[in-house]
Design a protein around this ligand. Structure first.
Ligand SMILES: NC(=O)c1ccc[n+]([C@@H]2O[C@H](COP(=O)([O-])OP(=O)(O)OC[C@H]3O[C@@H](n4cnc5c(N)ncnc54)[C@H](OP(=O)(O)O)[C@@H]3O)[C@@H](O)[C@H]2O)c1
Length: 245
């Protein structure tokens, strides 16, 4: 077994998860999890190898329990411990105004953003308990703080994940630290289907730092939380000042 860290990053095929895998690659074993984007995931695996890491590609649809169980089984078969779990897979699915409330969309959104992270986390706890300075990072969102028209359900799902972060931080202390990052508007494939270029420009103009975020801006915060040893139950906002607490 390697002397490096053992990491699981969900949704590591594109955007924030992919950039986090690249930044954390050197010397480490990383499960590069993906679902639909096989080519992109393979490219990330090559980048991890180039940076001196050992990628382990795993495909699983985390919107259902079976996919979460399969991902855990994949990790447990290869790793004798887990040092880092980044619950990053997620998304908005589609925008919908409240007057067109769609129970199915709410179930799908919570399955993808909340049930997945909680299931994967709970299954991975025994492996994390054997880890070295183990920690979990959840991907929350600016949408859980200030609401977003058409994305109310998505915001609520990220609020749930944010709350799980604090509950888990207490429940799993002192061995396992649990934190979250709440990105603002980040230019990744996330927005390709759900945000028009005009809306992206509107977000940019409203942001005090004068630009939308990049995947690397968020990945750096994740790396900080992984490498730190005295922060737990915290959510770091990475949004260029678009929303200030
Ligand atoms: N971009 C933003 O502005 C923003 C803002 C706030 C929060 N976030 C959060 O940040 C996280 C990463 O998003 P991103 O911006 O990097 O977007 P992204 O590039 O679209 O990445 C989303 C990742 O989630 C995976 N995923 C989607 N559906 C899945 C499913 N059913 N099962 C398993 N994996 C699935 C995707 O895998 P495949 O493509 O392989 O299916 C992909 O790797 C998400 O949780 C998102 O909600 C993003």
């Amino acid at each position: 077994m390697s002397d490096g860290k053992m990491l699981l990053i969900t949704g590591a095929s594109t955007g924030i998860g992919a950039e986090t895998a690249r930044m954390l690659a050197a010397g480490n074993d990383i499960v590069v999890h993906y679902n639909a984007s096989a080519d992109a995931a393979e490219a990330v695996a090559r980048d991890v190898t180039e940076r001196g890491g050992r990628p382990h590609l795993c495909r699983a649809d985390l919107s259902g329990e079976a996919g979460c169980e399969a991902l855990h089984a994949f990790v447990a078969e290869r790793f004798e411990r887990l040092d880092v779990l980044v619950n990053n897979a997620g998304g908005l699915i589609r925008r919908k105004p409240v007057r067109e409330f769609d129970r199915g969309l709410m179930e799908e959104t919570f399955a993808l953003n909340v049930f997945s992270a909680m299931t994967v986390t709970s299954r991975c706890v025994p492996l994390l308990e054997k880890g070295r300075d183990p920690s979990i990072v959840n991907l929350s969102s600016i949408a859980m703080r200030h609401g977003a028209p058409g994305a109310t359900i998505y915001g609520a799902s990220k609020a749930a994940l944010d709350s799980l972060t604090r509950g888990l931080a207490k429940e799993l202390a002192p061995k396992i630290r649990v934190n979250a990052v709440a990105p603002g508007v980040i230019e990744t494939p996330f927005h390709e289907k759900v945000t028009s270029p005009e809306k992206m420009e509107e977000f940019r103009r409203a942001t005090p730092l004068g630009r939308n975020g990049r995947a690397a801006d968020v990945a750096r915060a994740i790396v900080f939380l992984v490498e730190d040893s005295f922060v737990t139950g915290e959510t770091i906002d990475v949004n260029g000042g678009l929303f200030m607490r």
